[in-house]
Design a protein around this ligand. Sequence first.
Ligand SMILES: C[S@@+](CC[C@H](N)C(=O)[O-])C[C@H]1O[C@@H](n2cnc3c(N)ncnc32)[C@H](O)[C@@H]1O
Length: 467
Amino acid sequence: MSNQLPAALIASLEGLPGFDRAPFEQVHAAAEKITSLRFNPLKVRTAETQESILSALSASNATQIPWSSAGYYLSQRPSFTFDPYFHAGAYYVQEASSMFLEHAVRATVDLNQPLKVLDLCAAPGGKSTLLQSLLNEQSMLVANEVIKPRAALLADNLSKWGAANVVVSNNDPRDFSRLPGYFDLIVIDAPCSGSGLFRRDPELIPEWSPENVALCSQRQQRILADVLPALKEDGILIYSTCSFSKEEDEVILDWLADHFELENVPLNVPEEWQIIPTVTDKRNCTGYRFYPNRLKGEGFFISCFRKRDMAHTAKRKETKMGVVSAKERELLSSWIRLPEGYSYLPHQDEMLILSPMVATEIAFLQQQLYIRKAGVKAGQPGKKELIPDHQLAMSPMVAAEVPVVDLELKAALQYLRKEDPGIDTPVRGWALMRYGQMPLGWAKILPNRMNNYYPKELRILKDISGL
Ligand SMILES: C[S@@+](CC[C@H](N)C(=O)[O-])C[C@H]1O[C@@H](n2cnc3c(N)ncnc32)[C@H](O)[C@@H]1O
């Protein structure tokens, strides 16, 4: 695949802040692949665990990404499929520039407050997992994706991440007008023409055209106009794209400042990061441009605003929550270490674990949105036992008395292929399968075999016999 960039793209970028044609073209021609990942602080709590994950990936010489507290560059791309830690949700493989969202959020939002946060264009979940890691337990993230199969992928990735303060919805941006003045922070990582990813994915290059840039720009305006009523007064809007085109970046900032009571919020960005500030022609709004020839990351653009007009707030009907019986509570207590303030919610024949704000908000949200996932699914409580859900295994809430079986690499990969690794263990009944102390999923161990409860749709399909 040729990395030849469209002449019309190059011509349109001439004169933009920080654009330097020759090194920009060279870096695309060289097509260096940069690999980076971000650790999950819910699961990776010590430097030793980080080190053992990096050494399992043969990446002990990983270096930290300057604008991210948990993001690292790897010196080569390992096979993530064959790393059980990847399937355990110990990290998210994310492009480095987009991890700058952390810096933008820390600079504009008081993370000590209980916050309602919307990630509007969220699939597959890179920004959502990052936002979740920044929020406190009293806050709530609504991760939304309009395209149904992509919303399913988003829900899977957030289940793997393991947090109970997350709701996944599958709605069109305009549906959020039913939640006026609701969110403290809205992140819009807009669908765009994607030129920022051309070095990494050259197969996207033939799809680029000036007409598509114009279409994307119109769509970005529509999405923003649809969702802005859902932002609180003084709430923060963070807008980002992976496009270099002015029509999707600076022009959108001017359009926002022209049409809404929004105040642009410039950020403090150390010069050595080589992120280029750009100030718009008309309204003096500041955004930030990321060029792959200047920093170690792909093309990206980001800008922040504070809402200045009075927001209306939604009227709410009080709804009753389902009741959890004393017997169910007792059954659940042998499986779950419920953090303080968290609660159970029976839903159909299953039991959910909700963080405090999700518990308060879920009935209201369900009246307004199509909810795909709320909190963590604990499982199906039966008469005698709980059939535990995979989401519970992925959460940090499994009780310490639940039996565990620690697997070596080969057995862990066999388990993840939904095979019976034929382990020799005294454990009988339900057990948490682990690799390097990190839960992978459930199994029921019988005297002569193991029933593997790893979700079929998540199993590794690649052959592991050569490993
Ligand atoms: C740049 S991607 C989001 C990437 C994601 N934030 C992440 O970090 O993993 C943009 C998302 O917007 C969604 N999308 C496409 N058309 C949309 C529309 N009209 N309104 C809202 N979202 C849309 C796409 O399906 C895609 O998932």
